[in-house]
Ligand binder design. Sequence first.
Ligand code: NDP
Length: 401
Amino acid sequence: MSKVLIIGAGGVGRVVVHKCAQHPEIFSEIMLASRTKSKCDDIVADVQKATGHPAMQTAQVDADNVPELVQLIRSFGPKMVIHVALPYQDLTIMDACLETGVHYLDTANYEPKDEAKFEYSWQWAYQDRFREAGLTAILGCGFDPGVTSIFTARAAKHHFDEMHYLDIVDCNAGDHGKAFATNFNPEINIREVTQKGRYWENGQWVETEPHEIMEVLNYPNIGPRDSYLIYHEELESLVKNYPTLKRARFWMTFGQEYLTHLRVIQNIGMAGIEPVKYKGMDVIPLEFLKAVLPDPGGLGENYTGETSIGCRIRGLKDGKEQTYYIWNNCSHQAAFDETGAQGVSYTTGVPAALGAAMLLTGEWGGAGVFNVEEFNPDPFLDKLGEWGLPWQETVGADLEL
Ligand code: NDP
C-alpha cells in the first residue's frame, strides 16, 4: 500500500494511471501532476470511472523547476515518482527525488533540449548520490528501453551461457489513417529517428548514415516489413552489462510514406532545434512542428493493427550454438478499448507501472541507479502478461539476422 506520484499527462501517463489504478492493493493513493492540470483532470476522471480507485488527485507542476517539484513531493508524500513527462526533465526530477528521499523511475534517458543527443552518462553520474541516500532510481522502464532489456536479461539468465549477437526488432504495423503522425512525443521521436544510425560491433560503436542499412524482417502475425538500423538507447547499457556481446543492433520498421515525410521535414528545416526569428519571436522549428502534428495521445481511435517488439539472440549454451527469440505483440485497438490510448503508449505505460509495482512490493530494489536488465527479470515477466502484455519465446528459433 503506497502513494505514488506520476508526472506527465500524455499518452504514456494515461496508461500508467490506468494500470496503477487497476492495482489499488499496491498503489493505494495516486497523484497525477503535469504542466497542464486540465489534462490530468481528464485522465483521472476517465480512470476513476473505469476502475473506481478511491484515492486519486491531480496537480500542476513545472518539472523543469526543482523547488516546485520538491514542494509538491513534500506536500503529497509519495514513496516513489514515476516520471513519464519528457526526457528533458530526468535530471530535475532525480534531483527532487534525492532532496525529498523518494524512489525514481523513468522510461527514457536524459536529453539536453538544445543538443539532440541522448546517453546515460548524465544519469549514471547520479549513482553515488542515490547509493548514499539509500534510494533506487530505475532507468528506462518502458518497452524499448525496458521490456527489451528485461527480455535480454531473461535470455542471459535462462537460455545462454554467453550471448554473442543481439538484435532488437521493433515493428509497428499499425494504421492510424493519418498521412503523417508520430506515435509518441513528436519532438523526441523525430530527434530519435533522424539521427545517425549506430551499432555495437567487436568492442566499438559503428556509425551509419540515417536509415542507411535496411533489412526486410518477418514479424509474428504481421509478416515482412522494411526494418531500418537505428541507434536506440538500451544498446548503451546492454553492451556494458553483457560484455560477451560481439554485436548489438536495433531495428525499427518505417513505411515509405513516413520516410518521405521525414525527409521533407528535414529538407525544409522543420526538424531544426536552433531557434529562428519569426515576427520578432524566437521559434524552434521542431517545437512548432509538434504543435501542428496530430497529438500522439489522440491517435487511438480507429488505430488498427499491432506492434511486435522483441529480441533475437545468438550465442552459446552448454558449449553449443543457441538461438532465441522473445517478443510481444500488442493490438492498438485492444489498448485503446482498455485505456483510451494507442499501442505505443500502452506498451510504454504498462512496464512503467509494473516496474513501479516491482519496487513497491520489494521484488526489485537496492540503493543506486539501475538499468532494468540489472534486476531479476523473473517476477516482472511472470506478471507482464497478466498486466496486459503477454509475451512468447522460441528457443532454437530460425533467426533471419
Ligand atoms: P507526450 O508528449 O504525449 O506527454 C508528455 C507529457 O509531459 C505532457 O503531458 C506534457 O505536458 C508533460 N510535460 C512536458 N514538459 C513538462 C514540464 N516541464 N513539466 C511538467 N510536465 C511536462 O509524451 P508521451 O506520453 O508520448 O511520452 C512520455 C515519455 O515516454 C517520453 O519521455 C517518451 O520519450 C517516453 N517513451 C518511452 C518509450 C519506451 O518504450 N521506453 C516509448 C515511447 C515514449 P503538456 O500536456 O502541458 O504538454
